[in-house]
Ligand binder design. Structure first.
Ligand SMILES: [Fe+2]
Ligand SMILES: [Fe+2]
Length: 171
């Protein structure tokens, strides 16, 4: 591991964000479980996949810190929100989380820009672009679930959730 050459403020922001990504993974797992409990298997699978992606996001930041000589510190995970009455509430909660995540990523980027930390800025470019996609599918999810007013349209949406909300991911 190299000697750390990174501003403590940027380290603090990256640490906070990697833990936010892990918390998002935990929350998506909870949404997946809620959907499975409602026999919404399509959405259960979709949210389980999201949980995996959020974990990968955390790993990207972990790798970056290790490469720069910093040992990442994992925070305790809070119990995620899992009491919902309707799929619409689940969709809206996912949207709230993604909006909070965008704010978190912007905060990392601002710290990296202020510190003239170019590697952290480049890392955050990927996350900034990713959040545009995340906010797009989650807005579509809220709109589609809001439109699905009868049980039949909800189960049709569930069956096709993967292809409807599927998106091409940047590498
Ligand atoms: Fe993420
Ligand atoms: Fe996300």
């Amino acid at each position: 591991m190299p000697t750390a050459n990174i501003s403590p403020l940027v380290v603090a922001e990256l640490q906070r964000q990697l833990n936010q990504e892990l918390a998002a993974a935990h929350s998506y797992q909870a949404l997946s479980i809620w959907c499975a409990g409602q026999n919404l298997r399509g959405f259960a699978g979709f949210f389980a996949k999201q949980a995996g992606e959020e974990r990968e996001h955390a790993e990207k930041i972990i790798d970056h810190l290790i490469d720069r000589g910093v040992v990442p510190d994992l925070a305790e995970l809070a119990r995620p929100k899992q009491d919902f009455d309707l799929l619409l509430e689940v969709a809206q909660w996912a949207q709230t989380m993604e909006q909070a995540n965008t704010k978190g990523i912007n905060a990392v980027y601002e710290a990296a820009a202020a510190a003239k930390d170019y590697p952290a800025q480049v890392l955050m470019h990927w996350f900034i672009a990713e959040q545009v996609e995340e906010e797009a599918w989650v807005a579509e999810l809220v709109a589609r679930v809001d439109d699905a007013t009868c049980a039949g349209s909800l189960s049709a949406l569930d069956r096709h959730s993967e292809e409807l909300l599927g998106r091409k991911k940047p590498d």
